[in-house]
Design a binder for this molecule. Sequence first.
Ligand SMILES: Cc1ncc(COP(=O)(O)O)c(C=O)c1O
Length: 460
Amino acid sequence: MTQFSSQHPEPFKIKMVEPITLVNRTEREKALENAGLNVFNLLAEKVFIDLLTDSGTGAMSEAQWAGLLSGDESYAGSPSFLHLRDTVTEVTGFPFVLPTHQGRAAENVLHSAMIKEGNVIPGNSHFDTTKAHIEFRKARAIDCTIDECFDPTIDHPFKGNVDLEKLENAVNKHGVENIPFVLITVTNNSGGGQPVSLENIRSVAEFCKERKLKLFFDAARFSENAWFISTREPGQIGRPIPEIVHEIFSYGQGMTMSAKKDAIVNIGGFIATNDEEIFEVCKQYNILFEGFITYGGLAGRDMEALAIGLKEGMDHAYLTSRIEQVKRFGDSLHEAGIPTLRPPGGHAIYIDAKRFLPHIDQEQFPAQALVCELYLESGVRAVEIGTVLADRDPDTGKNRPPELELMRLAIPRRVYTDNHLAYVKDALVRLYERREKIRGLKFTHEPKLLRHFSARFEWV
Ligand SMILES: Cc1ncc(COP(=O)(O)O)c(C=O)c1O
């Protein structure tokens, strides 16, 4: 039966298009082999639908493109910086703002200022670059996410929540003096793009206040998190997104931001804080690593587009059309019997590789194998969020297979139509039908740091 009915239509129309081409199976096989079975090494022209990441891959609006032309390129004191700073302060309430070229650069600066060897940083699931920056400083990230997060079949509205008991245990074990800050990531990307409730943020903030601990946010998808709060949380239904965002940040001392997500820019990030002492130290590291404090690794035009995108990303109609599209895609896979992480996340659908490929041991990277097979089947690029990404334990040197072994299909903002996603679904259905024939992988090259970006593999 043909289905053609409207659901949460996009509040924009398309003014410019970019051609994409599906290369044939033989070319895909050659391309993947040359890439060492790692889709990060694929040339983009060999990819048909690119769901590798939602980071920096969104379509900017006409207002943002206009901002690129009006951006001011002064080294110091650019009006584009002031526009960015004032917008960040208006949106988040944080008065001190440092631009950086992307999220991990903000982490590098903040962590240089705050983290010492032997420290621990508890929070919900840390993103890989965050964890890597923590471990690079010989500190440790402690995942205190609620247990429900680690069961892909449980339908919980706020699977990104911090478990207060786990947090308390971590603090008691390691001592307040060894914890430079507690970190909440919104939404919880590594845990399935799942939101954190406002009530949970309040409770963590209260706990931190009692212990005199600082609370920071990894805020890449704060608008999507606020949308979930406004549609799922009792007492918050229908509340304006900007109000929720303001309240979230009012509970913390600062944030790092990868603006390539919810601010819908191709490059950019920032640190924002209300702690002047931390800001002063961060300023020095920003100059060292990123550039002067009024541009921090960005061109004036980038800051202009970022300031505009930050507000566009909070528009309720836009957020509804985006997150509902992700949900429609996820529900269609679920209904087709494909094991996905439930409920659908805000920016991505995660396929549960443990249930898709139960015959492949985690040490043979089932999610990575699935990513390769999906590319071969359809030219669609996804990404592994599993054992490869989890890296080795820095203390034991052993692989640390995570509880969730996932293939992530990240949906770029304002880029693909439902028809594109239906193509991806059909490819996954075909793969699922022949899943028993899929084999695992082993390393032929394993880098020491952030190995998933550049590792190479062969089929077992
Ligand atoms: C939650 C989270 N934090 C931090 C980052 C790092 O940001 P960037 O890629 O801009 O360096 C990402 C990016 O993927 C992310 O998803």
